[in-house]
Write a protein that binds this ligand. Structure first.
Ligand code: HPA
Length: 274
């Protein structure tokens, strides 16, 4: 059997030895949503470090654990902390957690992140519903022998962000009086921020926001048939737009500033999706 598939199964078996929780929704908590557990009735927690073979994040502010619990009535598995390619993991390890959550039964994946605003009409602190993505500047997580048990060799990506889920997020935003932007997320490998020339290129190519995660996770989830949606917190304007250098502290500050609004949006959206 495919070695990558065996590894996913081993992780799932370990988790199943701890909890029988059946999630419907999988939620990846990006920068600013680290405190999202306060919106959940948590029934079980598993630190990534307890799961043999699981990639453990090294980024400050990215505490790593699975949370199993309810958002309203909806059973959710949340990832507090994700794994980034720039940390040095193989791309299949970067998406391993997504595949695990899919194998645990989650049908819907909600991705969140902090991203740099490429669209000149955006402002730091905006929330952007992701409608499509560009991953051509990062690696495909599907490179290598195809995991036939999960999906097909050449999966369709023409509606990678599920239009119905996007509509649910839009509705939740409107009901809660939250203004949201919409746009295309472009993933780089990072970890360096982009140059102004790269940002001009990305804008020309149709990107609205840029970040170092998310798009490969969306691909792995679609490959295995999960329905995917995502929201970016525009934590800063991308390089060269404002006359100031970029830094991780600004990303975290903005993400923390709008955490409450972000949480309200995600909670409202989950209620609509169930
Ligand atoms: N570029 C890439 N990733 C990011 C940015 C950015 O400007 N802001 C937050 N994550």
């Amino acid at each position: 059997m495919n070695a990558a598939y065996v590894k996913i199964q081993d992780c799932v078996n370990y988790i199943r030895s701890i909890t029988e929780f059946q999630p419907r929704v999988a939620l990846v908590l990006g920068s600013g949503l680290g405190g999202y557990a306060r919106n959940m009735r948590v029934e079980a927690e598993i630190p990534y470090g307890d799961i043999e073979g699981f990639p453990v994040s090294t980024v400050p502010g990215h505490d790593g654990r699975f949370l199993f619990g309810y958002v309203g009535e909806v059973p959710v598995v949340a990832m507090k902390g994700r794994v980034h390619f720039y940390e040095g993991y193989a791309i299949e390890d970067v998406v391993l957690p997504i595949r695990i959550m899919g194998m645990l039964g989650a049908e819907i994946l909600i991705l969140t992140n902090a991203a740099g605003g490429v669209d000149l009409s955006f402002n730091p602190g905006d929330l952007m519903v992701i409608t499509d993505q560009i991953v051509s500047f990062a690696l495909s997580p599907l490179v290598g022998p195809n995991i036939e048990e999960l999906g097909t060799r050449f999966p369709d990506m023409s509606r990678i962000y599920d239009p119905q889920l996007v509509a649910s997020i839009r509705e939740a935003a409107a009901e809660n009086g939250i203004k949201v932007q919409e746009g295309v997320y472009l993933q780089t490998t990072g970890p360096q921020f982009e140059t102004p020339a790269e940002i001009r290129m990305f804008r020309t190519l149709g990107a609205s926001a840029v970040g170092m995660s998310t798009a490969v996770e969306a691909i792995a989830a679609r490959h295995m048939g999960m329905r995917v949606c995502g929201v970016s917190c525009i934590s800063n304007m991308a390089a060269g737009i404002l006359d100031q250098p970029l830094n991780h502290e600004e990303v975290q500050e903005t993400a923390n500033r709008i955490a409450q609004t972000f949480e309200t949006l995600i909670t409202g959206a989950i209620a609509k999706m169930a």
